[in-house]
Write a protein that binds this ligand. Structure first.
Ligand SMILES: [Zn+2]
Ligand SMILES: [Zn+2]
Length: 354
């Protein structure tokens, strides 16, 4: 990578002047964390720095013993002459882009981000910079998301129909971010809402952070013989097809993911409905955001890297790929670790759903 502020190391992206890493994948002394997803927030660092909004979500992922410092969005601190500030990425609660500035050079590491509406986190803020490091999870023109309102309306309709048919509606959605975004759009007058323990744990972190969500109940209790008809149940994708699912009886199933935009992915998941909802930017979202930063140099980390690099070069930008261990949107990688008793076999655990 041809940048003075950042360099690639085996542990991850490193800022030599400031002596800290951004989302490192090996244990380091000082880690700036863009957000709490498992591919960005790893265990074993001595110091974590995260946006204030993300403190409780990161804490509930990393445990009580971890040293977490926080920085409000837009405020800065200086390490070795490098000014560091965090700016909303619109991805999940507390997600941040990291802005680095030294001697007039500005670099922004965006982490994962999205442009679409999300009532559970602050919207993406475009940050002007010379160099921009972007993801490209959905970096193909076929990926264009419906609006949040369209999604929420069709989702509530589906739940209502399931209820009228005397069934429970079981929804698989990633436990951090996506589950809460679905939850925030639900119409609680339709019926009771239950959540798997992994989702409930994140709901608690969201509520503790001041995000309002409809009332939910834990779906793991010992209510044998309970009639679940009319209920909506949110579970992580790793719970799909496991014995945990059986107690709900006759259920209508749905999967919530950006990959649901592709017919084959829906078939592979063997669910009744696929809802196209992602916590990543779609193709127009990526292209517009990159352009709006004004960056002359763009590094593309994960997803559709060659396509995005080629497209950006055609726009006259100095674009190149950057190897990282970030994974983009995948459904349920570390959910299974959160509640092993309820998800004994996890057939999707290593599935990146590319
Ligand atoms: Zn993420
Ligand atoms: Zn990621």
């Amino acid at each position: 990578m041809t940048l003075s502020l950042l360099t690639e190391t085996p542990a991850g992206l490193y800022c030599p002047a400031g002596d800290f890493y951004i989302d490192p994948w090996q244990p380091v002394a000082r880690a700036v964390i863009t957000h709490a997803h498992g591919d960005h927030a790893h265990f074993g660092h001595e110091h974590y720095l995260t946006a204030t909004d993300g403190e409780f979500v990161l804490r509930s992922r990393m445990g009580p013993a971890v040293h977490i410092d926080t920085l409000p969005y837009g405020e800065s601190l200086t390490h070795g002459g490098v000014r560091v500030s965090l700016h909303p990425a619109g991805h999940v609660l507390g997600s941040a882009q990291v802005r680095l500035e030294k001697d007039g050079e500005v670099v922004v590491v965006s982490g994962d981000y999205k442009v679409a509406a999300d009532p559970t986190c602050k919207p993406l803020e475009v940050v002007r910079c010379h160099s921009f490091i972007t993801e490209s999870t959905f970096g193909l023109p076929i990926y264009r998301w419906p609006t949040y309102q369209v999604l929420v309306d069709s989702f509530n309709d589906w739940w209502r129909i399931s209820r009228d048919e005397g069934r429970a509606a079981l929804v698989f959605a990633y436990s951090l971010g996506k589950a809460q975004r679905v939850l925030a759009g639900l119409d609680p007058s339709i019926g009771p809402i239950y959540c798997h323990g992994a989702v409930e744990k994140m709901n608690a972190a969201y509520r503790f952070s001041g995000i309002e969500l409809p009332e939910t109940k834990y779906a793991g209790g010992g209510e044998r013989g309970k009639d679940w008809a009319g209920a909506l149940i949110i579970a992580p994708p790793s719970a799909a097809g496991t014995p945990w699912q059986r107690k709900f009886g006759d259920v209508a199933t749905a999967f919530v993911s950006g990959w649901m935009a592709v017919r084959g992915a829906r078939r592979r998941r063997a669910v009744d409905r696929g809802f196209v909802l992602s916590d990543h930017a779609d193709w127009p979202g990526l292209c517009n955001t990159i352009a709006a930063t004004g960056a002359e140099r763009v590094f593309v980390t994960h997803g559709q890297v060659p396509v995005m690099v080629r497209w950006l070069r055609e726009q006259g930008l100095d674009a190149q790929s950057l190897r990282t261990e970030f994974e983009g949107e995948q459904d349920g990688r570390d959910d299974a670790l959160e509640e092993p008793a309820e998800t004994p076999t996890n057939q999707h655990s290593t599935e990146a759903e590319g």
